[in-house]
Every structure is written in structure tokens, then in C-alpha cells.
Design a protein around this ligand. Structure first.
Ligand code: NDP
Ligand code: ZN
Length: 184
């Protein structure tokens, strides 16, 4: 079956995957194995759709692209041009301003969370769930137990401002947070 010139859902998803994979191609996660960075954005989209039942294409595309502005040379204008203003604006909402000091950025995430759009809140929920799961399964190399526990607590403060968005994802967050003592 053909859908004419419209790329279709699969086409759009593969387009964002190809774009993000290219942008993150030289980056690695912080775990001991230094896993390919792209595993993380894929994990967010996979969690949103296959565990959370989220099928909104713009949310899934923004999840795949969520770290491109923050962690690569990608600009908001580029995302807008290639994927349109809605996806670009969701990604921008979940992007930290790296010109600020880290502790300020962390605090701003807590303060901004309640004011994000519903779409950005879904991406942020998935990001925190995936990062806590990673923290349990393959934490950043060299992190002390105290630092990992600090990270769990900060994530919980951000998620407090995202509640009322998606009960299933919030329960998944609570489930992984409840395992925080397993980081020891
Ligand atoms: P960072 O922001 O430096 O690192 C965490 C981020 O790394 C995640 O949000 C995630 O971001 C990314 N990431 C990459 N690989 C992994 C992985 N395998 N597992 C999980 N996340 C990964 O962390 P902080 O500096 O905020 O440290 C956490 C806490 O520790 C803070 O509360 C801070 O105050 C405290 N701290 C303690 C220190 C100590 O020595 N005790 C020193 C410094 C901080 P993304 O999704 O964007 O990729
Ligand atoms: Zn992320």
C-alpha cells in the first residue's frame, strides 16, 4: 500500500533515527562499557510506545531527538527545518542551557518541570525512568554510591513536577526509584 508523498509513521521514525544516530555517532554513554549513545534515545522511544502505550508521533520523534541540541552541534533552527516547529519546540523544552553551571541547570529542571507542555513532560518522564534504569544496570563508571543516590533523589524532584501526566509512566518511575538501594 502506498501513501503518496507523505512519509508515513515508519518513514518519519526512521528519518529521526537516522538523523539522531548520525548526530550522536561519536558519542558514548558513561557506563563502564561506553555503550553507543544512540541506545539511550532509542530506549526512551521504545519505553514510551511499548511500555507506556504512547503513539503520538511527535512525542516519539522528540524522544529520539531529545539530546541532539544539548549534546551535539544540532541547532533548534536545524530541527525546525528538518522536522517542523512542533517537534523542534518539544526538544527545546527538554534541553538544558549548557552555558549555566551544572548545579543551576539541575535546579532549573526541577523548577521548569511543572510548566512544560504535556508532550515534553512525557519525554522527560521517559528520560528519568531510562536514566535510573541505566543507573541500576550499568551506572557511570567511577560514580560513588552517594553520587548515584543523589542522582535518584534529584530525578525524583524533577518527576514530582511532572505528575498528573501519565499514570503508567509515573508508576514505572516509582518502581525504579523504589530499587534505589540496589545501587550499593
Ligand atoms: P551528570 O549530569 O553529570 O550525569 C548524569 C547524566 O549522564 C544523566 O542525566 C544522563 O543524561 C547521562 N548518562 C550517561 N550515561 C549514563 C548511565 N550509564 N546511567 C545514567 N545516566 C547516564 O550527573 P550529576 O553531576 O548531576 O551527578 C548526580 C548527582 O551527584 C548530583 O546531584 C550532584 O550534586 C552529585 N555529585 C556528586 C559528586 C560526588 O563526587 N559525590 C560529584 C558531582 C556531583 P542524558 O540523559 O542527558 O544523557
Ligand atoms: Zn537523555
Amino acid at each position: 500500500m502506498t501513501t503518496g508523498n507523505a512519509p508515513g509513521i515508519a518513514g518519519e521514525l526512521f528519518r529521526v533515527l537516522a538523523f539522531a544516530a548520525d548526530k550522536h555517532r561519536n558519542q558514548r554513554r558513561k557506563d563502564a562499557e561506553a555503550s553507543p549513545y544512540i541506545n539511550h534515545p532509542i530506549a526512551l522511544a521504545n519505553l514510551l510506545t511499548n511500555e507506556g502505550g504512547v503513539e503520538e508521533l511527535e512525542v516519539l520523534c522528540a524522544a529520539v531527538l531529545h539530546d541532539t541540541i544539548e549534546d551535539t552541534q544540532t541547532t533548534p533552527e536545524e530541527l525546525e527545518q528538518v522536522f517542523g516547529p512542533r517537534i523542534a519546540s518539544i526538544v527545546l523544552e527538554v534541553t538544558d542551557d549548557k552555558s549555566l553551571e551544572k548545579h543551576v541547570r539541575k535546579q532549573l529542571q526541577v523548577e521548569h518541570a511543572p510548566h512544560c507542555s504535556r508532550e515534553a513532560k512525557l519525554v522527560k518522564l521517559a528520560d528519568k525512568i531510562c536514566n535510573l534504569r541505566d543507573m541500576l544496570a550499568s551506572a557511570p563508571a567511577g560514580w560513588s554510591i552517594e553520587r548515584k543516590l543523589d542522582y535518584f533523589d534529584w530525578a525524583a524532584r524533577v518527576v514530582a513536577g511532572l505528575r498528573g501526566t501519565h499514570g503508567g509512566l509515573e508508576a514505572m518511575f516509582d518502581e525504579v526509584y523504589a530499587r534505589r538501594m540496589d545501587v550499593a
